[in-house]
Design a protein. Structure first.
Length: 423
C-alpha cells in the first residue's frame, strides 16, 4: 500500500533565540530521492537586522546549512540535511503516523511507505528542538493536540502495540508524541509550566525498563553527571517515566524553543552510517566547536564511563546532542541512559570508543582519556567515584523507584557493574 498524500515540498519554520513565535526560514524540496534546502530571501535579510536576540537570523546549522542564497548542497552520503532529519520522527512516531494515514497497525509495520517530507509534515509540531514544518510559507498553523491524561496516552500506546484501531480521541492523544525520536512508545505532556517526554512500558518487556531507566538516570545525577530531571508516576497501574524537556523555556506569552542538533548530525552521518560514529571523533569536535571545551570533554568522558558501568549499550549518536545558538555548540543534559538487555558478560557500545574499538570495558575508557584532555589519574578518579556512587546509592534509588527484588537481582551485576567492564 502506498500513500496518495505524499509531500514533495515543505516550508521550515524556526524559533530564533529568545523568540516565542516562529518565522519562516526556507523551503525543502525533493529532487531525485534527495531533500534539499534553501533559505528564503526575507530570512536572509534578517542577517542585516541590528536588533538583539530574536530578530537576527541564524543558520539552522552552519556546518550543513550556512546562511547563503540558493539551493544548498548536501554533505557527501546524505539524502537530506542532518539537522532537518533530527526533527523527524523515528520508529515509534512513524508507526503512529502510518496508523493514522494508511490504517496499517502493529509494531512490525513497514515505515518506508511514507516519504521523509510526509513524516515531517504529518508529525506533531511540538517536536524536539526549534524547528517545525508546514505546507505554507506565510501562515504558521501548529499541529497540536489538547493536553490529555497519562491514562489516555497509555491506552493509545497499548493499542498501537497490539495493532488495534485507535478511536479518534486516542488517535489525537497520541499524535503529539509522533515527532519524538526513539523506538519505544512515548508522548509529550505539559504540566505546571513544564514540558515532559513521557515514556511507557511495552507488554513484551522482560523486566521493568521504565524503572531501570529511572534508576540509571538518578544514579548518573548522583555521580555528578548533568542529566535531564526524571520522575516516576503511575497510569492505569503501570509505571510511566517523565523526563523534563530541556529544549523549552516558559516565558510570558508562550514558550521559547532551543535549537538542537544530534551528534549524528555533528558527525555528518545518517542512520545507515551510524556505526562509524565515535566518542573519539566527538571529543575532537568538542575541542573545536563547543563552549567550555575542557569541562564538556570531562562531562562526555563521565557519560561514557557511566554508560559502561550501568550497561547502557544504546549510546548511539542520536542519544547525544548539542544546543546550537548560531555560533557555538553546547552539550545538552544527558538523556536516554537506559540499561539494556544482556545475555552474557561481554558487551559493546553503540558508538566506537576509540579507533575501531567499542568493547564495554573501563580499560578502554582509560586508554582514550587523553582524547578528552584528561590524565590517567583524572580518568581513574572519575571511574572510582562513579563505582562508589552506584554501590553506595543502589539500594536507596531502587527503593525510591519501588523496584522489585527480582528486577534488582536481574540488573545488579549484569547491567550495573557487570564484572566484564573491569577486564
Amino acid at each position: 500500500m502506498t500513500s496518495n498524500t505524499a509531500h514533495n515540498e515543505a516550508f521550515v519554520w524556526v524559533w530564533l533565540p529568545e523568540a516565542h513565535e516562529p518565522v519562516i526560514a526556507g523551503k525543502l524540496e525533493t529532487d531525485n530521492g534527495h531533500i534539499q534546502f534553501n533559505y528564503g530571501k526575507r530570512y536572509l535579510e534578517r542577517l542585516n537586522d541590528t536588533g538583539r536576540g530574536s530578530n537576527k537570523a541564524i543558520s539552522l546549522y552552519d556546518a550543513e546549512l550556512p546562511l547563503r542564497p540558493g539551493v544548498l548542497p548536501l554533505l557527501d552520503g546524505l539524502n537530506m540535511p542532518g539537522c532537518i532529519r533530527d526533527g523527524s520522527p523515528d520508529a515509534w512516531g512513524r508507526r503512529v503516523i502510518i496508523n493514522k494515514k494508511l490504517g496499517l497497525r502493529g509494531m512490525a509495520v513497514d515505515t518506508t511507505q511514507l516519504n521523509e517530507l510526509t513524516y515531517l509534515l504529518e508529525s506533531g509540531s511540538d517536536r524536539i528542538g526549534a524547528l517545525d514544518f508546514q505546507l505554507s510559507p506565510t501562515e504558521y498553523i501548529p499541529r497540536l493536540s489538547t493536553n490529555v491524561s497519562l491514562d489516555e496516552l497509555l491506552k493509545s500506546t497499548e493499542r498501537v502495540e497490539q495493532g488495534i484501531p485507535l478511536t479518534s480521541e486516542l488517535d489525537q492523544a497520541l499524535f503529539q508524541g509522533s515527532a519524538i525520536g526513539g523506538a519505544r512508545p512515548k508522548a509529550l505532556i505539559e504540566e505546571k509550566n513544564k514540558k515532559y517526554v513521557a515514556k511507557f512500558p511495552l507488554s513484551s518487556d522482560l523486566y521493568n525498563i521504565v524503572k531501570a531507566e529511572f534508576v540509571a538516570m538518578k544514579l548518573a545525577m548522583l555521580a555528578g553527571i548533568n542529566v535531564a530531571p526524571v520522575n516516576l508516576v503511575k497510569a492505569l497501574h503501570k509505571d510511566v517515566l517523565l523526563i523534563e524537556r530541556f529544549d523549552r523555556i516558559k516565558v510570558d506569552g508562550g514558550w521559547q524553543r532551543k535549537s538542537m542538533v544530534s551528534a549524528l548530525t555533528l558527525f555528518g552521518l545518517d542512520d545507515m552510517m551510524a556505526r562509524y560514529a565515535s566518542y573519539e571523533t566527538l571529543a575532537e569536535i568538542i575541542r573545536h566547536k563547543f563552549t567550555a571545551p575542557a569541562d564538556t570533554l570531562k562531562e562526555l568522558f563521565a557519560r561514557l564511563v557511566f554508560n559502561i558501568l550501568c550497561g547502557n549499550t544504546d549510546d548511539h549518536a542520536r542519544n547525544h546532542a548539542a544546543f546550537w545558538d548560531g555560533k557555538m555548540l553546547t552539550l545538552t543534559p544527558a538523556y536516554d541512559i537506559c540499561p539494556q538487555g544482556r545475555t552474557g558478560n561481554e558487551a559493546s557500545q553503540a558508538m566506537l570508543i576509540f579507533g575501531n574499538n567499542r568493547m564495554s570495558t573501563l580499560s578502554n575508557c582509560i586508554n582514550t582519556a587523553h582524547n578528552f584532555l584528561l590524565s590517567k589519574n583524572e580518568a581513574l578518579a572519575i571511574v572510582e567515584n562513579q563505582k562508589e556512587t552506584i554501590e553506595k546509592n543502589w539500594g536507596g534509588v531502587c527503593d525510591e523507584a519501588h523496584l522489585n527484588k527480582i528486577d534488582r537481582t536481574l540488573l545488579w551485576g549484569r547491567q550495573f557493574l557487570n564484572p566484564y567492564v573491569t577486564e
